[in-house]
Design a protein around this ligand. Sequence first.
Ligand code: 4NP
Length: 159
Amino acid sequence: MSHRSLLFVCLGNICRSPLGEAIFIHKARAAGILDGLVVDSAGIGHWHAGDSADPRTIEVGLRHGVDVTSIARQVQVADFERFDLLLVMDRENKRDLLALGAPASRIRLMRSFDPGLAGASENELDVPDPYLGGPEGFETVYRLLDAACGGLLRSMHGM
Ligand code: 4NP
């Protein structure tokens, strides 16, 4: 399966999806497959549109050598045609996208790409929202997204 355009989606587009986007870009660049891909992120909500990522998101990226540079924006209906793959962080994001009219065939829970979770059921695949918690939540999100991005990249590499 060839996915050339990827949209990472979460609720606010300042914590999970910008980090997933940045980790994926970092890995795809290192693997030499970034050219020709369109990679972006967006949020279900509009509250943070125009904002940089949460400072805790930027910090956890920096601790791992990953630059988080994205500016938040809200998901648009046009994204459902523009992007081959809508990579959601949790089941609520998936329900919200479906309610907005996104085709189910393009939506994947991000952690379904984690090779360590093959065969897991949907309710085991949420990336927990770290926004209202402490800094350790951002380390957890980093670890989960790093594993999932590795699996996603391998799935695109045909490895
Ligand atoms: P994210 O976290 O969905 O991972 O970006 C959130 C950030 C902000 C809000 C909710 C979740 N908020 O309600 O403002």
